[in-house]
Design a protein around this ligand. Sequence first.
Ligand code: GLN
Length: 336
Amino acid sequence: MFEADVQDVPQHSFTGDLPTKERVKQVIDAAHARYADHADGDVADYIPVLAQADPAWFGISMIDVFGGHYAAGDTELKFSIQSISKAFVFALVCEALGHERMHERIGVNNTGLPFNSVMALELNDGSPMNSMVNAGALATTALMAGGSPAEQWENIRSGLSAFAGRQLELDGEVYRSEMATNTRNKAIARLLESYGRITIDPLEVVDIYTRQCSLSVTAHDLAIMGATLADGGVNPVTGQKVIGAETARDTLALMASCGLYERSGEWLFEIGLPAKSGVAGGMVAISPGKGALGLYSPPLDRAGNSVRSQRVCAYLSKALGLNLFASSAHVKGTHV
Ligand code: GLN
């Protein structure tokens, strides 16, 4: 489907480096112009305050691993990070607990079911399956370092701020709106408790998780956060090492297989990049060793992924040569 949409786009070589800075800028501006009038999808309304978003808001930001910055459209508009936080909280917890323990305690396989599925838990004997869906994200947040819920929250906020390179703030209106309506997440947390998968107060975990989802970010912030994962865990703008290179690799592997929920297979087949979406309309997509895209466009598909952001990623993946799986035949006899 997306493949057909970008048939006219010239293919940049998938190997090696990004095109020149001038070319990247041109391509990003062209992507914004090409999709400016795209209107498919519906703005989320199950968290009441999110329904106020204007479907026309649209921003594309990119940060390369040298800290170079490209932007088109509404890249400084603030919105709640929502599920995109799951990838970065996973990274922080994985950095502390390690690859093996995350694999054992949470899991790394796709559920094939929607992000807030209760059935996924029941079908898998209470395994939260992966940190990119609500059950696994709640179980991951519960493992965050800290002696109290307040400390765990502060560690999440400061950790995600290090990824963004600035102090991120809670959007109180989004937090209150979600807390007033998130009975399903509370049920999932109780169910996890019943399976022995959460050993601290489950409602405190829902509170921290809702706060992490309510952190206010811009498309520009998301691009920096993603670029930190593209750059072996070092923030290319601040120079701070946020996590180790192995954790960055593990986080990207999980985003590739589970970042777009039950649509992850289609996403990888069409676009070929690790990514994570959130129901406020944000998306981050990462090209390891090259850079990351931060996108914002509120209308969503039925799985809860920004439609226009997906289209833009298909375009940029091809025009900038970002797809992880693509290669061109090497010129025979040139390997020395
Ligand atoms: N806070 C939202 C929820 O738990 C996040 C969901 C999402 O972005 N997909 O329902």
